[in-house]
Structures are given as C-alpha cells and as structure tokens.
Design a protein around this ligand. Structure first.
Ligand code: G3I
Length: 453
C-alpha cells in the first residue's frame, strides 16, 4: 500500500483523535463570558480658567470597549479621545457629567456632579462654591465681638492677613505669643516684643485684644518646670509674672485667660498635677485670679478649657472651678474645637446655660470645626462643606441667643484652613475654618452669618 493510501486509511483515526481532543478540550475548557468594564474618570479645574473642566478617562479593562462622554449640557454623546478632554461650563448650574463605557457584556457609567457659580469664580472645586456674601461678620454680629487669632510674624508681614483682621473681625487673640513660655523665657528676663506687636496692632486698629493665656501647663518655660527655688519663691515668681504682665497691658488687653486647661481629661477630671499645683497648692487658680484682679480691676478674667461641650463631666468640673472663684472670675472660655458632626447642639447649649445661670460671661474662644475628623476625605466635598456650614450656623445661633449681659466674643481659631493647628495635631488634611487656603470665603462663612439671623 502506497504511503499516500496509507495516509487516507489512518486519516479518519487522526480526525477522530483531534475531534476527541477537541471534545475533551470542549468538555474541559470553561468559556468565560465577557464582563462589563467599569467606567472611571477623574476631573479637575483648569488652572488658567475656572470655567474649564479637565476630564481624564481612567477606565482600564481587557478586550474591546468604547468610551463616550455626556457633559451634562445636552446634545449627543461624545466619543472619548486620547488624552484630556477640556470642556467649558460658562453658565451657572449643576451638571451631571457621565462617562459611559460599553463592551460586549454591556455598559457601565461613572458620574460626577459639577456645580458652576460664576459669582464664586466659575466651577466650584469639589462642588464647594465659596461664599459670595459681602456681609461683614463684625458688622452683622451687633451684640458680641467676632474674633480670630494672629501672630507677630503675620502682623509684621501685613497683606491679606492683617487686611482681613481689620475688615472683618473685632477682636484678636495671640495664637501663642502671649503665653508664659514666650513672654518669660528665663527668670527675671521678660520678652514682650511679640506680645507688644500684637497688642499694638489691636490698639492701633481699634480691635479688641484678648490675652491668652497667663498660666498653661503646655506653655510653661523649662526654667519654671524645673524651678530650683522653694515653693514660696516659686509663688512669688508667679505673682510677679502675672502682676508684671497684666499691668503692662492694662487698658490695652480687655480680657485674659488667667488659667487655661487646668482639668485632667481622666475620670473625675481632677486638677492637672502641673508645676503650679505642685508648688502652690490646689488653690493656685484662685491665687492667680486674685493677682490678675489686683493688677487690672477692669480686665475681664476667664478660665479657659476644651471639651466643655463634648464632655458633660468635664463641663461640670469646670463649673466647680467657676463656682469656687466667685467674683474673682468674670467669664468662661469654652474653646469649641469641634467637628461637623459633634458635639450636639444640646451639649453646646449646656455650656451656655451653665455659664448664664451663674451670671458669668461666655467666650467661645477657639472655634474650629473639623470637616474630616475620621480622615475619610481627601478633598473638602460639597456635602462636608455644607455640613460644616450648618455647624457654624448652629454654634453661632446658640451663642447669639444668650442674654446680652452674658455675651463677650466668639473667636475662630484660625483664618485660613492651611494655617490651622489641627493639621499638625491630627496629622492629616482638614478644612476647619471659614476661609480656604487662598483667603476665599467658604460656605462656613455663610453659616456664621446665618447663625446671626
Ligand atoms: O513660630 C515659631 C518658629 O519661628 C520656630 O522656629 C518654631 C520652633 O520653635 O516655633 C514656632 O512657634 C510655634 C507656634 O505654635 C507657631 O507654629 C511654637 O513653638 C508652638 O508652641 C506654637 O503652638 C501653639 C500651641 O497652642 C502652643 O502654644 C499653636 O500654634 C496654637 O494653635 C495652640 O493653641 C492652643 C491654645 O493656646 C489652647 N487651646 C488648644 C490650642 C491648640 O493646641
């Protein structure tokens, strides 16, 4: 049999083998149906034109798929082109921008909302339209002072910081330079240069100055912490420091936080075991208030502390201090370092009620409102900005509702978000204040004003 014929004799067997193989392959192979590819895009605002949106298709997947844009401005879908799409949004409004990705398995959509407010500059970053309210806080708050903090370096630099303090605020607090560690760096050696710059700025511009803080365990110079003299000598030194400082600013500094944060956070909130308590006894607070009162009988004297709203037990301990001081104390400083989602209005109201019921004045002394307490945001979204706005409104409304005789000031602890102490303290991004990094008013500014209505 020729080779040729032999081939045809075995060909059926070969075909059968292949088909079996195929059948085995057919039986063994799992055919995976195509799956949808998730549409994904990122957007940003042109750095040169706030009415131009930059769209970047970030969709990834295997196999063929098509991407089409719906810019939310009507009209047909637009096929995605390689690179960044630049889209103009000239008219005020809220737009739904969608990317539709289609493959054999069907389509998926990624959708983002774009808000345009041309009075706020055009497209609102992350849906947060700045405030366009031209009302001035200090003018709108007719029955109490509206404050912010400052530093000698910022006063010396001038510019938008001092412009804004002069235009918008009616009281200032030194963020850190009127504390003992700055004013009294070594025994017998006072350094009032920074404090003078701040006080003179206030006096020269008709802005109230609140002194913060004469005694604070966190701003005590090392030489005091490690004081080598006797307890009696220590007490005499503290009396001299308070008398010298309050006398220096008599008639210029309207109020002082005489003692700041004397209470522990632990159960029962005992007095912190500061060097002042150790060397002067539990009644060191009363002694400090007496010395301040003696130095300037016209100066309003405050006790200042934090978590007054969030901790009812610490609040009660604070009011015990107030009660123990009698007429030596004029007011309560509740710092109000809070968040967009707490503490509750009722707890904030309790601070006001307890102060008013004692006939004392109230200073919300260090208000900032975290929009990112759980570090779950990388940008300030419209939702968070509006929640923060509502909390500013709530706090201001509570303060503005207390009786005139109990009002003093509401001080915000910082001008621009990026200057807030909170960023370093918590180690993550947040936007706790009323102005963004470029001194643009945020919705929080409107919240403050709405709280005054
Ligand atoms: O400006 C100097 C800089 O020149 C120097 O190089 C650097 C290192 O020594 O220090 C810088 O000063 C620091 C200042 O903040 C400005 O950043 C001080 O050391 C630092 O102690 C100071 O921290 C302040 C802190 O109180 C302690 O005084 C914060 O700004 C201030 O926001 C914070 O505020 C306190 C209130 O007084 C009381 N309630 C809590 C609140 C937050 O901690």
């Amino acid at each position: 049999m020729t080779k040729f014929l032999r081939f045809f004799k075995i060909l059926p067997l070969f075909l059968l083998f292949i088909s079996c193989e195929k059948e085995e392959e057919a039986e063994g192979v799992i055919v995976i149906p195509p799956t949808k590819i998730q549409a994904k895009f990122e957007m940003s605002i042109s750095s040169t034109d706030q009415n131009v949106l930059l769209l970047d298709n970030k969709t990834t997947g295997t196999g063929d798929f098509t991407s089409e844009w719906d810019f939310g401005q009507g009209g047909s879908l637009v096929l995605d082109q390689p690179g960044i799409e630049e889209v103009r949004f000239d008219n005020d409004g809220t737009y739904s921008v969608r990317l539709i990705v289609t493959n054999a398995a069907g389509l998926t959509v990624d959708e983002k909302t774009v808000i345009v407010d041309n009075t706020a500059g055009g497209i609102c970053p992350n849906g947060v339209c700045g405030s366009t309210n031209s009302a001035i806080l200090k003018d709108a708050a007719t029955t109490f002072l509206v404050g912010n903090i400052t530093r000698a370096s910022r006063i010396n630099a001038g510019g938008q910081h001092t412009d804004l303090l002069k235009s918008t605020f009616s009281t200032i607090t030194s963020e850190y330079e009127m504390k003992m560690d700055q004013m009294y760096p070594s025994e017998g050696n006072y350094n009032f240069s920074a404090a003078d710059a701040i006080v003179n700025f206030g006096v020269n511009n008709g802005i109230n100055v609140h002194g913060h803080a004469l005694i604070w365990h966190n701003a005590t110079p090392d030489w005091v912490e490690n004081y080598s003299g006797t307890d009696a000598e220590f007490e005499a030194m503290v009396k001299d420091y308070i008398t010298t400082t309050v006398t220096r600013y008599k008639g210029k500094v309207a109020s002082w936080d005489v003692v700041n944060e004397a209470l522990e956070d632990g159960s029962g909130h005992p007095l912190r075991n500061s060097v002042f308590r150790q060397k002067m006894g539990d009644d060191y607070i009363k002694k400090c208030f007496q010395w301040a009162r003696d130095a300037d009988p016209d100066c309003l004297l405050f006790y200042n502390d934090y978590n007054m709203a969030s901790s009812p037990t610490k609040r009660a301990a604070m009011f015990n201090i107030v009660d123990s001081l009698g007429d030596l104390i004029d007011g309560v400083g509740a710092q109000m370092h809070i968040s967009y989602n707490g503490p509750s209005a009722s707890n904030i109201q309790a601070v006001a009620d307890g102060t008013v019921s004692r006939g004392k004045i109230l200073h919300f002394s260090e208000l900032d409102i975290r929009a990112n307490p759980n570090n779950d945001q990388t940008v300030l979204t419209g939702d968070r900005a509006n929640a923060q706005k509502a909390k500013f409104k709530e706090v201001v409304k509570i303060y503005n509702s207390i009786p005139l005789d109990n009002k003093y000031a509401l001080t915000v602890w910082g001008v621009r978000d990026n200057e807030s102490w909170l960023l370093n303290f918590w180690g993550h991004i947040d936007w706790p204040l009323m102005y963004d990094d470029n001194y643009n008013k945020k919705p929080a500014y409107d919240g403050f004003l709405e709280g005054l209505e």
